[in-house]
Design a protein around this ligand. Structure first.
Ligand SMILES: CCCCCCCCCCCCCCCCCCCC(=O)SCCNC(=O)CCNC(=O)[C@H](O)C(C)(C)COP(=O)(O)OP(=O)(O)OC[C@H]1O[C@@H](n2cnc3c(N)ncnc32)[C@H](O)[C@@H]1OP(=O)(O)O
Ligand code: NDP
Length: 513
């Protein structure tokens, strides 16, 4: 299997002349490039994001995931004239691909879309695909169909587990991305390829620009080397390979960026780097989330009275960003990439810390007071969690507030003839928070010039309906046409960075309750 991938990392490229790709474009409303570079309609007015997506065929990977679902929902709701959404989905947990998609469309997230258009499901076409398989396991008929009509690709699928074995993380995050790029190059009408990366792909640096940094290793060389290795050997050498990155996730996401960038002479590419994606701010309704990733699991464990202590720096910036804001940026980047066809891939650091800093210490305060006002059902103990940056103090509280109560509770369970379980729960919790502490103990500085630039290109209507950042009393929306920073970092970029004190703070709705 690995051998196949290696062979396919250097694909036979079918390149279409750029003019062909662009002209062939969407079947939507007639558009032309305005003098300023904005896409304008036939009447000369600026074309909105919804106008751009009208009549377009969109391919989405990872649509069953947290961010993918929100992307599908927003596209259907805000771009009602979008032609078709092709979702690459695999069967899972005994459910067929069709059952999974049909279940997904029944979920509360889609209530508003359902209200607006009860037949919205007709726009969704699931395509069977297992991304870790050769050629993404897409049938030849489906390849034919996709290559003949897709206009925009959003690549959201990934393994986001921090403890993923390197080979699997490499297969999904890097090789599948390469396979998708190969497919993209065969598409006759493709206008934009949007890759979802993470703001932490380069977390081994303190200051992160909107450029692609040199990869920690040549991806193909790594794949070649791992091909013949036993899994146990790969496991042993993983810490050496990932070096100063904390896990295989950030390492493989960095490699994926590099693989994507290498195709930027043939495809129009945008790379979105969100920081820690949390519950929705506004859309389709406030507070939607469907997973325990990142801080969400920590919050729930604290709310249930299980987690009492965690290592985190009170003063470090907690770079949380609501999922709807990330998706607004993703759709706007798709539009911008297709319309402006930047020569090099544009990277968008999708972060909040530089403009609206919020700290882990403040989060602790809001989370705890929120759970005191709105207690969770069946809590283990009354919630009372504290964060500390002191290792010894944390170890002390782990012993006193986690392990000791767990021992007592398990003893009680044993004596009452039940299976002990609390120590097992704490062991898993300790493993999970051990993996998260790297991110809660330090902070990073992300440049977000391209996000500002993108905002400056949005029509006034789009700024209202698809805000790229939560509103702030004194939040100066850049009015001027800012120069994009290219992924190679070669072009100059504007220094119109808003001052943090100009901006109002926000928290996710969960914390605002
Ligand atoms: C003290 C109180 C206040 C706190 C303030 C301070 C908070 C500090 C928090 C710091 C967090 C910092 C996080 C930074 C992350 C930045 C990373 C960059 C962002 C990204 O690019 S991508 C997203 C990042 N990825 C992740 O977050 C994934 C991390 N998770 C993992 O790697 C694995 O899940 C983990 C942690 C290794 C655990 O694996 P495992 O034990 O195998 O468990 P599963 O995840 O498979 O879950 C099994 C099962 O349990 C359910 N579950 C999980 N957590 C909870 C919970 N808290 N309560 C209830 N149930 C839970 C889970 O849904 C699974 O259920 P299934 O039914 O699906 O089996
Ligand atoms: N959540 C976050 O905080 C952040 C996420 N990101 C990035 O955003 C993107 C989306 O993340 P998120 O939505 O949170 O992740 P999820 O884990 O919720 O979703 C992952 C998606 O990838 C799909 N997928 C995984 N493996 C395969 C496979 N072998 N074949 C086909 N599909 C597969 C999953 O499908 P299935 O349902 O079948 O498993 C699912 O749809 C990722 O690229 C991630 O790196 C970046 C920064 C922060």
């Amino acid at each position: 299997m690995f051998r196949f991938w290696v062979a396919n990392l250097q694909p036979t490229r079918i390149s279409y002349p750029r003019s062909c790709i662009v002209k062939a474009g969407g079947t939507g409303r007639a558009t032309q490039m305005g003098k300023t570079g904005e896409e304008t309609g036939a009447d000369g007015s600026m074309v909105s994001i919804a106008d751009y997506y009208a009549g377009k065929n969109v391919l989405i990977t990872g649509a069953t995931g947290f961010m993918g679902k929100v992307l599908v929902e927003k596209l259907l709701r805000s771009c009602p004239e979008v032609q078709t959404l092709y979702l690459l989905v695999r069967p899972k947990a005994g459910q067929s691909m069709h059952e999974r998609v049909s279940d997904m469309m029944k979920c509360k997230l889609f209530d508003r879309v359902r209200e607006d258009n009860p037949d919205f499901h007709q726009k969704i076409v699931p395509i069977s695909s297992e991304l870790t398989q050769p050629a993404l396991a897409i049938s030849p008929e489906d390849v034919e169909r996709l290559t003949s009509c897709v206009n925009i690709i959003f690549h959201c699928a990934a393994t986001i587990r921090f403890d993923e074995p390197l080979k699997h993380a490499l297969q999904l995050n890097v090789m599948a991305t390469q396979q998708l790029l190969n497919l993209a190059q065969q598409m006759h009408h493709l206008q934009a390829f949007i890759h979802i990366s993470t703001a932490y792909a380069n977390c081994n640096r303190r200051h992160i620009d909107e450029i692609i940094y040199p990869p920690p290793v040549e991806p193909k060389k790594l794949i070649d080397s791992l091909e013949w290795m036993e899994d146990s050997i790969v496991r042993d050498i993983t810490p050496r390979l990932i070096g100063d990155r904390p896990n295989t996730y950030t390492y493989t996401k960095a490699l994926a960026e590099c693989v994507v960038q290498r195709e930027s002479s043939k495809l129009s590419i945008g790379i979105i780097r969100p920081s820690i994606v949390g519950a929705s701010w506004q859309e389709p309704f406030p507070g939607w989330i469907d997973n325990f990733n990142g801080p969400s699991g920590v919050f729930i464990a604290a709310g249930k009275g299980i987690l009492r202590t965690m290592r985190a720096n009170n003063d470090a910036v907690a770079d949380l960003i609501p999922v709807d804001v990330v998706i607004n940026l993703t759709l706007a980047a798709g539009w911008y990439t297709a319309v402006h066809r930047p020569k090099a891939a544009l990277v968008y650091n999708c972060t909040t810390g530089g403009i609206n800093p919020f700290h882990w210490g403040e989060i602790e305060h809001h989370v705890m007071s929120s759970f005191k006002r709105n207690p969770l059902e069946q809590a283990f103990r009354r919630p009372n969690a504290n964060i500390t940056s002191n290792y010894l103090m944390n170890q002390y509280w782990i012993l006193v507030s986690h392990k000791f109560p767990a021992l007592i509770y398990d003893l009680y369970l044993r004596l009452s003839g039940q299976k002990p379980q609390m120590m097992r729960i704490f062991n898993r919790l300790h493993k999970a928070i051990g993996l998260l502490e790297y991110f809660s103990s330090q902070d990073w500085e992300w440049n977000s010039e391209n996000m500002n630039m993108l905002m400056s290109h949005l029509s006034p209507e789009d700024r209202k309906t698809s805000p790229l950042r939560p509103p702030a009393a004194h939040n100066p929306t850049p009015q001027q046409d800012l120069t994009p920073q290219t992924s190679s970092g070669t072009q100059p970029h504007s220094s119109t960075k808003p001052h943090p004190s100009d901006l109002q703070r926000h928290t996710t709705p969960l914390l605002n309750q």
